[in-house]
Every structure is written in C-alpha cells, then in structure tokens.
Ligand binder design. Structure first.
Ligand SMILES: Cc1cc2nc3c(=O)[nH]c(=O)nc-3n(C[C@H](O)[C@H](O)[C@H](O)COP(=O)(O)OP(=O)(O)OC[C@H]3O[C@@H](n4cnc5c(N)ncnc54)[C@H](O)[C@@H]3O)c2cc1C
Length: 552
C-alpha cells in the first residue's frame, strides 16, 4: 500500500514547486507529495486516490486560484476525504477570507506566504496536523468494493455474482459515508448503483456480468479456437468432467454462465458427499474443484452463456450470446437445472428485493433477528432453513404436503426437529407478495381449508423444483418432454437409433443424439439429482469422450 498523500494545489507553478519541495524534504520518506496546478486537476487526483483506496492526510490549497478558489476546492475535497486536514495558503491581504473559511470548510490552519523558514512556519503546523490525522485515519484498503442499496435488485445481482464466484469484496451501502465518498469519486449518484470499485481503482457503473468478471480477474475469453473437449456448465458434473478431461491430457475448456459450483455452490452444507464426514459447504467444494481443474490445465470461462450447438462435420461448434463461437471435437453438456419461479402475483417484480430463488448464503446475516419464509420441502429448502435459523428470529418452512417425510432426507428432518426457531407449516402455499421498495408481506393459503392470511416479512426464499432450461438445444439434440437431454439407451428404445444418427453403432451410455456430444448430471434425463452422481457422470463422460475420439 503506497504512503498516504499530502496534496498541494497552487496555480502559480513556482509557488507550487516550492511548497512541494519543502514538504518532500521533511516528509517524503513517509508521505507521498501530490502536486497540482489547478483545483480541477487536484480534484481529479483526489478522485483517483479515493477509488484506489489510498489515503490523503493533508490538503494544502492556495486561496487565489482561477475558476475555483482554495475554499471552494477544500469544500469539494471534503466530500472525498473528510478526515484529511485542511490548510489554506494565503497572501496577507486575504487573511479575512482565510478566517471566514475556518467556519465554511472547518479549516485547520491558514499559512501566510511566504512560509520561510519552513522549520519555523511550515513544519510545526504540518507535524501537529499529521499527528491529528493519524489518530483518525481510516485504514487504507485494496479490497474490491461494491457500493449499492440493500434493496436494489441490480446491487444484489452483482454481490451474488461475486460471492458465488468466490471473489472477495466489501459491501458498502450507498448511504454510508464511505459509499457516498466513493460515488462522488466516481462522478455518479446513488441512482446509478451498483458501483464496483476494483482493487486497482477502476470504477464500473452497473456493469454487465461479463464486464465485471473480466475486471475481477475471471477469464472470459477462450485462449484457443479449437479444443478436444468443451464442457458447458461448471456445476459438479462440469467440474468433474473438466478435472478428468484436463488431467487425462485433453485440451479442455469449461464454460459457465453465472457461477462455478452450480446448484451445489449454493448449498450451505452438503452432508452426504463421500469423503467429508463432517459435511462440506458448497463454496468449499466448489473452490477445491475449481482449483483442481485449473491445476490440471483446464481453462475456465466465466460469465459466458452458450446459446447454440451446431454439428459441423467432424467438429462441434458452440455459440455464445455475443455471437462469437468456439469449436471442439467433443462436448459435455452439464447445464444442470434452475429453480422454477413462483407464479404468485406480485413476486416477480420483487425478485432480488426480498424474494430470492435458491439459497443466498450471502443474505443470511442481513436477516438477523427477523422472520424468514422458505418455500419448498426438498433437501435444498431444508438446508436453507437450518442455515438461516442461525441468524433469523424465526424460520417458517412452507410446504404443500402434510409433512417433510416424502421429500426430505431423514438426517435433515431430524436436524430441523431439533431447532427451536424453525417452524414447519404443512398444507401451505404462497399465493401473493407485495411491497414498495422491497418485499413487505406475503400472502399464504391453507390448501385444505382455503383460508388466506397475510404475514409481514422482508425475506422469502423459494426452492420449488427445477427445470433444465435447455431450449437452446432445440433441434440439436433429442430431449424428453420436460427438456432433459436423452442419452444412450434412452435414445434407442424400441431398437431404433435416433433420427439423423449416422454412425454404425448405438450411442454410448451418456451420449446424446449428436455423436460426440455427451450429457452429465442433472440435465440428463433419468439422472439422479445428487452431487456425487453428477461428479461421477462428469468423470464417466470423459472416458466415453476418449472412446469417441479413438474411433474417429
Ligand atoms: C441448495 C441446494 C442444496 C443441495 N444439497 C445437496 C446435498 O446435500 N447433496 C446432494 O447430493 N445434492 C444436493 N443438491 C443437488 C445437487 O447440488 C445437484 O444435483 C448438482 O449440483 C447437479 O450438478 P450439475 O453439475 O448437474 O448441475 P448444476 O449444479 O445445476 O450446474 C449447472 C451449471 O451450468 C450452468 N449453465 C446452465 N446453462 C448454461 C449455459 N447455457 N451456458 C453456460 N453455463 C450454463 C449453470 O449456471 C450452473 O452453474 C442440492 C441442490 C441445491 C440447490
């Protein structure tokens, strides 16, 4: 972290140089002297320092400057560095203005020109100002910062994207002093959030995810035009395929549209994955798998969505949403499933502003002391209930059935029964939601009696089944009526090979109706919806990829 700055601004180049020289002589080993010759360039320098997370200890401004005088400059500088000590440099004739400035900008000192000898007139003043500043100095920061509103859906999306991609960042509310200072430094207002301030001081205003990804060190562009294996989707199945593919010498690229880890990455605790007797959080498992894939040489592209698959003779071509493409010998489709949206009126508009799909672990501390509603009776909802119970006053688990026994693992049912602040509401469905800035109330209906009631809450987490969202594969590979990709024996029921199939063999076990394109994990029809089976299918798909390549 660079030394804190002492900034001087004077429009007279000779005076400007002289002040900077005298200050540098005594403080140059501990402080960086930043010199400007107009208020505007000085403010520009301060904005940059603010965005880079650096500190400013003292501001020394000449009073008589064109366009903006020293007092006006110090006033503007206070919006960026309120803790910096302020000194006005004046001629004897301007002493009155300097005295007035004591009130206007809370001036710490005015220095009469000339200030020689500095040992008598300048250094004692600066020594005491620096001592005062050191006592109040905010810690310097090199963190990524996200400035936003608690209830802004785009702010939530940016935070969630970073959290799920395991990018460390600090969340700063736009109406906190630091948030307001960063907005001023970036030249935007609270209406423009989220503002992302990167570790090297760049500011991004409401960036698209691909742009954000590129600025936080995630790779978004492929290094080559052609690969042996392209894996689409970086959940457990895709990560498994990438680890095995790369470790077995295939030129492998893994493409993820949102966050590595897929659904598993959202899990607060996976208790039933082999080798982790005490359970493992989805984030931990994801982080390990991602590092493992990268160590073996797989490329990982983030924030890139594949929107089309084409058969180009011996090659398979995958197109991205921006029109670019990537070609490969083989493909593993590992795109999993996504949560279904709750159709209740009023909720769509509140998505990301109190109504969330899937477990949003990063939101849990914000629910502290409040009532949280969770919809769904499967393991994912159960895990979320256990996780949120550590923060919330009360967790209400809403299920349509009579109890959890049919849909949830018994270890979770037992855990939930032992947690006092989780209440299970059977035969209950959500039929509406409302709120102005954010979710404020949810309408519940008792399925048996039809009775409807409203409850006040700002937090609704929905886990109501999932769908594969594979429309982009329409016409490319055969799918079942629900959109799951058909593979192997499911394609040859009745002894007939799929239409368009040109090879003199049946499709391999995980192979789709397009030769060389395999499916693994939740997206595959008839798959077991589990982390272990997804990882296993990813590994198995790679062995079939080898078999396919050998026969080419
Ligand atoms: C909260 C929660 C808790 C769970 N807990 C457990 C548990 O304890 N034990 C257990 O065994 N299972 C658990 N599961 C289920 C398990 O996580 C899934 O079965 C598993 O993640 C499936 O892996 P997958 O790789 O097939 O798909 P997913 O995990 O769904 O990953 C698919 C990935 O593909 C990406 N993708 C989709 N389309 C595209 C595209 N067109 N272009 C690029 N990328 C794309 C998605 O963004 C996603 O990251 C849980 C699920 C959830 C949601």
């Amino acid at each position: 972290m660079p030394n804190p700055a002492i900034l001087t601004v004077d429009d007279d180049p000779a005076v400007s140089r002289a002040v900077a020289r005298d200050i540098r002589r005594r403080y140059g080993d501990r402080y960086r002297v930043v010199r400007a010759d107009s208020a505007e360039t000085a403010l520009e320098a301060l904005r940059e320092l603010k965005l880079r997370g650096e500190q400013v200890a003292v501001l020394i401004a000449d009073y008589r400057m064109p366009q903006m005088n020293g007092i006006e400059f110090l006033e503007a500088a206070m919006d960026l560095f309120p803790a910096a000590r302020r000194v006005l440099l004046t001629a004897y004739a301007d002493t009155d203005a300097a005295i007035n400035a004591i009130n206007v900008v809370d001036l710490d000192h005015y220095l009469l020109k000339p200030w020689h000898p500095p040992e008598e007139k300048l250094y004692p003043v600066l020594d005491s100002l620096l001592e005062a500043w050191r006592a109040t100095a905010a810690a310097p920061t090199t963190e990524l910062r996200v400035v936003g509103h608690r209830w802004s859906a785009p702010s939530f999306k940016a935070r969630d994207f970073l959290a799920r991609n395991l990018v460390p960042f600090r969340w700063v509310l736009a109406d906190e002093p630091e948030g307001a200072e960063l907005l001023v430094a970036a030249g935007v207002t609270a209406n423009d959030v989220p503002l992302i301030v990167t570790t090297d001081g760049k500011s991004l205003v409401q960036p698209a995810e691909a742009d954000l990804a590129a600025h936080v060190g995630l790779t978004t562009a492929p290094a080559a035009d052609f690969y042996d294996l392209v894996v689409v989707g970086a959940g457990p199945a895709g990560l498994g395929a990438a680890v095995y593919g790369a470790s077995e010498g295939l030129r492998t690229v893994l493409i993820e549209r949102r966050a590595t880890g897929g659904q598993a990455g959202q899990s607060s605790r996976i208790e039933n994955y082999l080798g982790f007797p005490d359970g493992v959080s989805g984030a931990q498992l994801t982080d390990r798998a991602r590092r493992q894939a990268l160590r073996f040489g797989a490329e990982l592209l983030s924030a890139r969505e594949v929107v089309a698959l084409e058969d180009a003779g011996a090659a398979r071509v995958l197109r991205f949403a921006d029109g670019s493409s990537i070609a490969t010998h083989t493909v593993v489709l590992a795109t999993g499933v996504s949560y279904r949206m709750l159709p209740a009126p009023g909720l769509a508009e509140l998505t990301g502003r109190g109504c969330f799909y899937g477990s949003v672990a990063s939101e849990a501390p914000s629910c502290s002391g409040q009532d949280v509603y969770i919809v769904g009776g499967a393991n994912s909802a159960g895990q979320a209930a256990v996780h949120f119970s550590r923060y919330a006053r009360r967790v209400h688990l809403l299920i349509r059935g009579a109890d959890l026994a049919r849909s949830m693992s018994s270890y979770l049912i037992e855990q939930i029964a032992q947690i006092d602040n989780i209440e299970v509401h059977p035969h209950t469905e959500v039929v509406g939601g409302a709120g102005q800035e954010h979710l404020e109330e949810v309408t519940l209906r008792d399925i048996r009696s039809g009775e409807v009631r409203r409850v006040d809450t700002s937090w609704l987490f929905v886990f109501i089944g999932a769908e594969p969202r594979t429309d982009w594969l329409d016409g490319a590979v055969a799918r079942d009526p629900r959109g799951f990709v058909l593979t192997g024996p499911d394609l040859t029921r009745g002894g007939r090979r799929p239409s368009g199939w040109s090879l003199p063999r049946d499709p391999y076990h995980l192979e789709s109706s397009m030769p060389g394109v395999f499916a693994a994990g939740d997206v595959r029809a008839e798959s077991v919806k589990r982390v272990a089976s997804a990882v296993g299918e990813g590994a198995m798909a790679v062995s079939l990829v080898h078999r396919y390549l050998e026969a080419q």
